[in-house]
Write a protein that binds this ligand. Structure first.
Ligand code: SF4
Length: 486
């Protein structure tokens, strides 16, 4: 793949402009799509979050054939991202002349059926020794804690596959978010085993440098000997590289990064790239260069996604480009069991084949990457390949991360299943349970109090959506009766 011809000149300071369900029809290139396609976008966007921007639209999407273009599919909702029944349900309510609230109620009801919190995330909510529960944190693996800063719970554009979609749909009960950096510091003092804090979202780099620095400096200045690494999970390089080039506070963000690395804390920039095209503009290359100059290291990750990157050449090219730009390929993930998984999911056997074929095509420097890995309830589980044992075929798996650190690097076998797309689809090769099943149950039970409280919030949201739906049906019925009256 050659570099993209820049549409904007190098000397321009583009202004960010977002497009959502409310204004996407004003995008000039959209006019070439049929009314039917535009309608489909609108129906799906009422359920799954939709936002794109002028950089993605003008620089990354190939509009000669948008319906097959990976960047179009990555940011514009597609009909098949919803189950047929859900699509019809939403279409029907839209066509009934329902108001925003009523559409919202139906949308919430559908959302609740899309497994909003996969991998037992609700059981990862930690608490301080005084019993304060920290809803903007998740602590699953011993050495790493996740922090969701409130102001970072949006992104420059939304990925249609996003497993964090509940952060963006306006239901507070589904959202992880915190402004309490002091609680995070206290938690780190109470948990000396934690060495890494991951700022995540949404995209923490959507925040203005003044807000971001309040969070980061509070950590960096807290004199926490156990804190070795601050990670920032972000897709800003792909969706808005001008964050590090020409935005008002671009230089301040970079100075902040530099101040962290100068303090001897490792700053790991966890960059999400789903396709090599995202690495092809002058803007992204310059942004990568400027970030690396601060002493931060850029590691890269992406899920393997049908319709976007389920091809070994695409992955090999992406890793090669990353290495030549000085980034470190880190993870190939498996699409999670939430949201539009049916549309994006790649069977585990196929994903492993693609990983292996791509891995074989790149030099040792790109072989820092691990995968395909499922971030599942027990931990991060990698599919290593398949073996024949006697007359039976088995899938070989291992933990890269586990709720119990002792599970890590321990290989185990599952029955070969060419259709399985998630660990829950797999059966142990021998016996009735995987080696970790009983212990996992015990761990989850221990955390069940936290989970129950958190689940309570989730159920309230479910009930609220249900109530909206009941009211809406009653009103439709009333309307029908009124219409029938002579
Ligand atoms: S950038 Fe990350 S959090 Fe934001 S929509 Fe994409 S996957 Fe989700």
């Amino acid at each position: 793949m050659s570099d993209l011809e820049p549409v904007w000149s190098e000397y321009e300071s583009p202004q960010y402009k977002s497009y959502t369900i409310y204004n996407f029809r004003t995008i000039p290139q959209i006019q070439n799509l049929s009314e039917e396609k535009q309608h489909e976008i609108e129906v799906v966007a009422n359920v799954l979050p939709f936002k794109t921007n002028n950089y993605v639209v003008d620089q990354l999407i190939d509009w000669t054939n948008p319906l097959k273009d990976p960047m179009f599919i990555l940011t514009f909702p597609q009909k098949r991202m919803l189950k047929t029944a859900h699509y019809k349900q939403m279409e029907q309510v839209m066509e009934s002349g329902a108001n925003r609230m009523e559409i919202q109620a139906v949308a919430n009801n559908i959302r609740m059926q899309l497994n909003p919190h996969p991998a037992g995330q609700m059981s990862n909510i930690p608490q301080l020794k005084d019993g304060t529960r920290l809803y903007g944190l998740q602590h699953k693996y011993k050495e790493t804690v996740l922090f969701f800063p409130s102001q970072g719970q949006t992104c420059h554009a939304y990925c249609t596959f996003c497993f964090r979609w509940p952060q963006f749909v306006g239901i507070d009960e589904l959202k992880f978010a915190s402004r309490e950096i002091a609680s995070l510091v206290q938690y780190l003092r109470e948990h000396q085993e934690i060495s890494d804090v991951l700022f995540t979202g949404g995209d923490p780099l959507i925040m203005k440098s003044t807000i971001l620095s309040e969070y980061i400096n509070a950590l960096a200045d807290a004199d926490l000997p156990n804190l070795k690494t601050i990670r920032i999970g972000t897709k800003s390089l792909s969706y808005w590289p001008y964050r590090f080039l020409t935005d008002d506070d671009a230089d301040q963000v970079l100075k902040l990064f530099e101040s962290v690395t100068k303090k001897g804390i490792h700053l790991a920039f966890m960059g999400h790239f789903n396709h090599p095209v995202e690495l092809s503009t002058k803007a992204v290359k310059s942004a990568i260069y400027r970030i690396r100059k601060t002493g931060a290291q850029i590691r890269t990750q992406s899920p393997i996604l049908a319709h976007i990157n389920d091809n070994a050449h695409v992955w090999a090219e992406m890793w090669q480009r990353q290495v030549s730009l000085g980034c470190i390929p880190y993870y190939m993930f498996v699409a999670r069991d939430t949201g539009a998984q049916d549309f994006f999911g790649v069977p585990l056997v196929k994903a492993q084949r693609i990983f292996r074929d791509a891995y074989q095509k790149v030099s040792g420097l790109a072989r820092t990457v691990r995968g395909p890995s499922m971030s599942a309830t027990p931990g991060k589980i990698q599919v290593l390949g398949t073996v024949d044992i006697g007359k039976k075929r088995a899938m070989v798996l291992r933990f890269l991360q586990g709720r119990n650190p002792k599970w890590v690097q321990r290989p185990f076998l599952a029955k070969y299943d060419e259709k399985a797309i998630w660990i829950d689809d797999l059966k142990p090769f021998s016996g009735k349970k995987f080696f970790y099943t009983d212990e996992l149950e015990r761990i989850l039970k221990k955390r069940s109090k936290a989970a129950k409280i958190a689940m309570g919030k989730k159920l309230n949201a479910k009930q609220a959506a249900k109530n909206h739906e009941i009211k809406f049906k009653e009103r439709l019925e009333e309307q029908r009766i009124i219409n029938k009256k002579p």
